[in-house]
Design a protein. Structure first.
Length: 132
């Protein structure tokens, strides 16, 4: 390679400056003014916040949060217990209904069979006489 050695630390080539009355310079100065105005407003706001003595009290905030967490957990436990009791009651009602329904159906069938056995056409005396 021929030529002068280049370095990363060499002075950069000069950037052509805009003319003082050009639109680019006006835009830049306007942006700088806006940033300065924003920073002044921000500084004033921060100073007023530091000066206020009526800051919200955070004393006891953690205790209140943990109290709410404990209340939510207790409600969840009560809800699970109530759900278990409801399931037990529904199961008991279902088993009781099936058992009583079966007993009632059996009693109805037995009464129908007893009524059929006592009809005159099925009496043993009728069958022996050959009238049937």
């Amino acid at each position: 390679m021929t030529g002068a050695p280049t370095s990363f630390y060499a002075a950069p080539t000069p950037i052509p400056r805009t003319r003082e009355g050009s639109a680019g310079l006006m835009r830049i100065s306007k942006g700088v003014r806006e940033v300065r105005r924003f920073m002044n407003t921000l500084d004033q706001t921060l100073r007023s916040l530091r000066a206020t003595t009526a800051a919200p009290m955070l004393h006891g905030l953690e205790d209140r949060v943990w109290e709410r967490v404990r209340a939510v957990r207790a409600n969840a436990v009560l809800e699970r217990q109530w759900r278990t009791a409801q399931m037990l009651a529904a199961s008991f009602a279902l088993v009781t209904g099936v058992a009583l329904g079966g007993a009632e159906a059996t009693a109805a069938l037995r009464s129908q069979q007893a009524a059929q056995l006592t009809t005159p056409s099925l009496a043993p005396s009728e069958l022996l006489e050959g009238h049937g």
